[in-house]
Write a protein that binds this ligand. Structure first.
Ligand code: JD8
Length: 283
């Protein structure tokens, strides 16, 4: 996969050289290009921003440098997917990361100030897919941190990047068919068995893999109920529209997740404050 990044702070991406992603880049499994937007300015001050039409606070990023940068980095005929982080974008999810991991060429455009002149995305859409995405409901000062987050989420899904220990197939949130699909991770423990008077749950030392798997699922169900009631609601929403002939992907996913709730799951969720009826519907 090739990943290009356009930014006015290229040094922001030095961290890409470390950890597993850095090693994958060294191996050539991922090609990174970090580009300073000012390369495509022609005035003495290399200006990239200007006052907003219609007035208002702050400055807006000028379209010309962006147009020239995209022309240079995505010549016609060489497909790429342009990703523009924005607090006004669609949510970036594990599903989005899985989708992006299938792409051959991703280009991330990092805005600053009040954002990028809207014509840049509109023009780019005439020749490539353009996604405006957000990583969460809080306001950052620019797109760079969001791009680092997205690159980590995407690259760890690429073959050979992660050690097999941390296989991405049983990710939380992921559409993976793993045992924890739709749940957040449960708590994890390592040596010593007792630390500051706190014992590791004995079942984890029992060697009884069935009991351990059950304990871990119960813990994940309880943690999901406590921290992410929205995910339990999704789990429990069951087939919903699947009454219709051909359920959409989301409903099919919900149906798959709901059908994964066994009687014990319902009991654990009920004890955690999420009484579910037989059909998996939350009361
Ligand atoms: C791109 C400029 C700053 C945003 C005026 C603060 C993503 N989850 C997220 N929160 N914030 C961003 C984000 C913020 C950005 C840019 C992404 C470009 N800013 C602007 C509008 C209000 N300033 C983000 N992904």
């Amino acid at each position: 996969m090739r990943i290009d990044i356009i930014t006015i702070f290229p040094e922001y991406f030095a961290p890409l050289g470390v950890s597993l992603i850095g090693k994958a880049a060294e191996r050539g499994d991922i090609q990174f290009g970090v580009h300073d937007l000012r390369t495509w300015t022609h005035d003495a001050h290399h200006s990239v921003d200007d006052a907003p039409f219609g007035g208002g606070p702050g400055m807006v990023m000028r379209p010309e440098p962006w147009g020239e940068a995209l022309d240079a980095l995505i010549p016609s005929g060489r497909p790429a997917r342009l990703v523009l982080p924005s607090p006004a974008g669609v949510p970036f999810t594990q599903e989005t990361a899985t989708e992006y991991a299938r792409e051959s060429h991703l280009v991330f455009g990092c805005g600053r100030y009040e954002g990028i002149d809207a014509r840049v995305a509109a023009h780019a859409r005439t020749r490539m897919p353009v996604d405006e995405v957000t990583i969460g409901d809080y306001v950052l000062a620019g797109g760079e941190p969001a791009v680092l987050v997205m690159i980590e989420a995407v690259c760890r899904l690429l073959p050979g990047v992660m050690g097999n220990a941390d296989s991405a197939s049983d990710d939380s949130f992921g559409g993976g068919a793993g045992p924890m699909a739709g749940l957040v991770e449960g708590p994890a423990y390592t040596r010593p068995r007792v630390w500051r008077g706190r014992e590791v749950p004995p079942v984890l030392l029992s060697g009884d893999h069935g009991a351990i798997a059950r304990w871990r699922r119960d813990a994940a169900l309880r943690r999901t109920a406590a921290n992410r009631p929205d995910l339990v609601a999704r789990l429990a929403s069951g087939p919903g529209e699947t009454a219709t002939a051909r359920p959409g992907p989301a409903a099919a996913e919900r149906m798959r997740l709901a059908t994964q709730l066994d009687e014990r799951d319902r009991q654990v969720l009920s004890d955690a404050g999420f009484p579910l009826s037989g059909q998996g519907m939350a009361h």
